[in-house]
Design a protein around this ligand. Structure first.
Ligand SMILES: *[C@@H]1O[C@H](CO)[C@@H](O)[C@H](O)[C@H]1NC(C)=O
Ligand SMILES: *[C@@H]1O[C@H](CO)[C@@H](O)[C@H](O)[C@H]1NC(C)=O
Length: 401
């Protein structure tokens, strides 16, 4: 009986959020986006409710959903797929079968999921990596880095660094017949965060400088200092990715202490000694006029949170905190932003900062785009938008890697 009541309540939540969710009508395939958005909102509602009554942790529902669609390493007529380990960290390798006289380019793929969810084995990512390997005749390396909250900051970052340093060894590149001058790191969402931080680390290390030819960031999150950027305000309720859900999940990479997400939701989480860092993420300076609209810049409220979290001041969590001289050395960069995305302005600010110091950046802005579209290229939800994003990014790689 109780289960039936619960199901009825959840169905009502889904239907109501379908009907009432304020989704802008310039989004393509709007009814499908609305359906995904309703499911996401229902999950967020259940997660909050179940956590409140002590049934499960906030992230558990999302974990269950994201683990439904994992693939086995299945080779096809064009690509050999192998699960192996680099430096003790699981990786998925996609190796083209056709003979090649010349060495191949390589793409290192870092998946998204707020540092808490996801795997390079997720069906949509498996499709993407297969497609990339075949289309570009490239070796693709997907990294299954450790996830929070079990493995907090900087575990994910360290795993990505270990895998990439292992892969960059001469003998490993030779084994997979990879051209050492044509290597790109790519990631979406929190995978974009990791891509940006790892690339910064490698480019500023004399031993690895110049080894990465390009980085590609797809709707990346790039800072956690200011959570009241215009895009956070405009798209606080999604579609699909809401500000609250993102903050609650991504905070687990830093701590399981609930005081942090609560403070971040109010944008009152940074300590007094972080004042000098706000110049790196100041949207009033770096956002193109078109996106500022009528938003008014608010100065940060500092020192309200008792506990302090060193990760919040760390450029390995917020790559926008790197100084101009650190950014200067970055390689060719591709950034894709979606309009309907709370993380939109992170990408836009990074583009301004990189261009200011002379880094070559290609920017695709998808006006009708929503966050996470790359993950919806497979049933049960198939968005043409996902393939459109994929093709834009692949075209850039074809021309630049
Ligand atoms: C193999 O590659 C060819 C040529 O690119 C393509 O037409 C075919 O669909 C690919 N097969 C699979 C299983 O992806
Ligand atoms: C942000 O930029 C605006 C405009 O340039 C400036 O007035 C404000 O003081 C800056 N705030 C911080 C914290 O850097």
């Amino acid at each position: 009986m109780e289960v039936k009541i619960l199901c009825l309540v959840l169905l009502c939540v889904t239907v109501l959020s379908y009907i009432y969710a304020p989704i802008p009508d310039n989004i393509e395939e709007i009814w499908k986006v609305k359906a995904v958005d309703s499911v996401a909102k229902t999950c967020a509602f259940m997660a909050t409710l179940f956590e409140y009554i002590g049934l499960m942790k906030y992230e558990d529902i999302f974990l269950t959903l994201s683990s439904l669609h994992l693939t086995k390493p299945v080779s096809d007529e064009n690509i050999t797929v192998i699960d192996t380990k680099f430096s003790d960290i699981p990786v998925c390798l996609y190796l083209p079968k056709k003979k090649s006289e010349i060495l191949r380019p390589a793409i290192i793929f870092i998946h998204g999921g707020a540092f808490v969810l996801g795997s390079c084995k997720a069906a949509a990512y498996d499709d993407l990596n297969r497609w990339t390997a075949n289309k570009l005749d490239a070796v693709v390396v997907g990294i299954d880095y450790r996830l929070a909250p079990q493995y907090p900051f900087p575990a994910a970052f360290e795993d990505c660094v270990s895998v990439i340093k292992f892969f960059l060894q001469e003998k490993v590149l030779a084994k997979y017949r990879v051209d050492p001058t044509r290597i790109c790191i790519m990631g979406d969402s929190s995978g974009g965060t990791l891509t940006a931080t790892v690339t910064q680390l490698l480019q500023n290390d004399p031993k690895f400088k110049g080894r990465i030819k390009a980085q590609a960031l797809i709707y990346p999150g790039l800072q956690s200092l200011d959570t009241s950027l215009p895009s956070h305000r405009e798209y606080a309720h999604g579609p699909i990715l809401s500000r609250e859900m993102t903050i609650k999940l991504a905070c687990l990479y830093v701590t399981e202490d609930k005081a942090l997400p609560q403070a971040i939701l109010k944008n009152e989480h940074m300590p007094e000694e972080s004042r000098h860092l706000f110049k790196f993420v100041n949207w009033s300076d770096f956002l193109p006029e078109k996106y500022k609209k009528n938003h008014v810049y608010t100065e940060p409220v500092l020192g309200k949170l008792k506990a302090s979290y060193p990760a919040l001041l760390d450029s390995r969590l917020s790559p926008l905190l790197a100084s101009d001289s650190q950014l200067q050395s970055l390689p060719l960069t591709y950034i894709l932003t979606c309009e309907h995305d709370p993380l939109r302005d992170d990408g836009l600010i990074y583009i301004s900062r990189l261009r200011n110091v002379g880094v070559q950046v290609t920017h695709d802005h998808i006006e009708e785009g929503v966050h996470g579209a790359l993950s919806f290229t497979r049933g049960p939800v198939f968005l043409d938008l996902g393939l459109k994003l994929r093709d834009k990014y692949i075209t850039w790689l074809e021309e630049n890697l």
